[in-house]
Structures are given as structure tokens and as C-alpha cells.
Design a protein. Structure first.
Length: 304
């Protein structure tokens, strides 16, 4: 549909994985859709409520949590002009879009015959970039300026070095002791204030860090999290939800991976990673310092 101004309602079938990071990587796509279709209501559709923060933060207008592939409630409430299927492997969702009689249906070529427009599926592409390919946009980096317009600045949170030692699973966590060593090594090299970011399940980590004398921002709301990450000097973390906030806001970043996966890492000049195929304990703070130094040296070079 080329007359963008006439599009009034868009269905966006979100991934169903109940993880914060799995929904964060939708945001560049949602911002791009809103830029292209400024008069449209964006309706996210998922099987769980984990994406409700997307409504609270203003990235979508409504979230519909549905059970299975029932369309009765959606048919009663909406008259969709366009539907986007962000679930690359879901033929059920493709059929659901047909059942909803959405005239323009966009998805990946795996089920291309069911769409009015489809694009190639490359599961090795960073997930946010994969979603953007449905709009003919090649990179999250192209959307970052539009995304940053949605994030209000906060001088109090700016220019910090932020360390996030949490993750969705214990197997993905580099040890807190290593993060503490890393923080002290960075303090020897940099003048910026170091702040630790902890999640709702990391009360014990918060307590330990505060006992060690560090500042901790614990379980911030989504708006504060985005402001903190967007304004930071450097973000260092495990492979976790907030790491994707850093990716999509294009900040200086280092990620600690147990196993590097390209679909969860946005390659760019000011990002780097350290990984271990066997055991995260084999990664040393000095390895992270080397990576941090390279990232910040690139920034200095770019300023000259």
C-alpha cells in the first residue's frame, strides 16, 4: 500500500518468546513503521503479556494477548489494513492473517505464497535488522536517529559507564566477582562514574555491590532504563535484555557471550564482544579491559 497516509490500523504479530530482550529487538521496526505510517494505530499481537512495556513506552498503541490462533476478538475490534508477521517460522500466524482478511500481508519467504509481499529469511542476521528487512530497511543503525527522538535525555543519567552483570539464565552470567574487578580496572583508566545496573531478581547482587561501595540502579522502569543506556559513555553486559537496548541506541558497548550468536549481536565500529565456547569463567577481566580500550579508542579517533 503506497498511500501511507490512508493506512489506519496495522497488525504486528510479535515473537512469543517471554523475554525482555526478545521484545526490545522489535523496537527499531516499530519506530520505522510509525514513521512510515504516521496516522496508523499499531496493534501488537502476542501469546503473552511480556510485551506490555511496548505500550507503556509508546512504541505500539495496543497489545492483544491471544490464546492460540483464535481471531474472533480481533475481528470484532479491528479492521486491519496491513499485517506484518515477525515470527519467521510460524505458518499458523500466516494462516491467521488470511483468516483476519488483512488485504496487505507481509512476511518472510519461508511461507511466501501466503503473503502479498515477502522478503528472504536470513536467521543469522541481527534480529532487529531481520525485522526491518520487511520494510526494505537494511540496518538498525539507519533507524537509531528516529529512535533517539523517542527517548528523552536526562542529564543526571548521562555519561556514565554502566555495567550490567545480570542475564536471563545463570549459564549466561559472567561472575559478579569478575565484574567488580573489571569496574576497579576501568576506574584506574577512566574518570567517568561507574554505575551497576541490576534486575528485579538480583537483590543479592545489589546488596554485594553496594557493600563494595558501588552505585547501583536497581530494576528501573523502562523509560529510565532507556535513558540510562542511551546516555551512557559505555555499556558492558552479559547477553541480556538491556544489551539490546544498547545495540538499538547505538552506544559504545561490550558484550560477554558464552556462545556468540550473530542474530543477537549488532556488528558496528563501536561494539565488541568476548566469548567462550566452554566456560565463562575462562574469560578474564583483562580481556574485557582490552576490548573496552579498543572501543573507546575508536571513539577518540572518530572525534579527531
Amino acid at each position: 500500500m503506497n498511500d501511507f497516509s490512508k493506512v489506519k490500523c496495522i497488525a504486528i504479530f510479535l515473537h512469543n518468546r517471554p523475554f525482555f530482550g526478545a521484545y526490545v529487538v522489535h523496537i527499531p521496526f516499530l519506530v520505522a513503521v510509525k514513521e512510515r505510517y504516521p496516522n496508523a494505530t499499531l496493534v501488537g499481537i502476542s501469546k503473552n503479556s511480556g510485551a506490555d512495556f511496548l505500550v507503556e513506552a509508546g512504541f505500539i498503541n495496543e497489545l492483544e494477548v491471544i490464546d492460540g490462533f483464535s481471531t474472533a476478538n480481533l475481528n470484532r475490534k479491528y479492521n486491519f489494513d496491513i499485517g506484518f508477521n515477525l515470527r519467521p517460522s510460524s505458518i499458523g500466524t500466516s494462516l491467521q492473517m488470511l483468516k483476519l482478511r488483512i488485504p496487505y500481508r507481509i512476511g518472510f519467504k519461508k511461507f511466501g505464497a501466503l503473503y502479498t509481499h515477502s522478503v528472504p529469511l536470513d536467521v543469522t542476521t541481527y534480529r532487529a535488522d531481520l525485522f526491518l528487512s520487511l520494510l526494505g530497511i537494511s540496518s538498525t543503525l539507519d533507524i537509531a536517529p528516529c529512535l533517539k527522538k523517542h527517548i528523552e535525555s536526562d542529564g543526571v543519567l548521562n555519561n556514565k559507564i554502566v555495567l550490567a552483570p545480570g542475564a536471563g539464565g545463570e549459564e549466561k552470567k559472567w561472575s559478579l566477582a569478575n565484574y567488580i574487578q573489571l569496574a576497579r580496572k576501568i576506574s584506574d583508566l577512566r574518570s567517568e562514574k561507574i554505575v551497576f545496573l541490576t534486575g528485579p531478581k538480583e537483590q543479592e547482587e545489589k546488596k554485594i555491590l553496594e557493600q563494595e561501595g558501588f552505585s547501583v540502579i536497581h530494576s528501573p522502569d523502562v523509560t529510565t532504563l532507556f535513558r540510562l543506556v542511551n546516555g551512557c559513555k559505555l555499556f558492558v553486559s552479559n547477553d541480556c535484555g538491556p544489551s539490546h537496548v544498547a545495540h538499538i541506541t547505538r552506544v559504545n558497548q561490550v558484550v560477554v557471550f558464552k556462545e556468540y550468536l550473530p542474530e543477537w549481536f549488532l556488528e558496528r565500529d563501536n561494539s565488541g564482544y568476548v566469548s567462550s565456547q566452554t566456560d565463562l569463567s575462562s574469560i578474564t577481566p583483562d580481556e574485557l579491559i582490552n576490548c573496552v580500550s579498543k572501543i573507546l579508542a575508536c571513539e577518540v579517533g572518530a572525534e579527531k
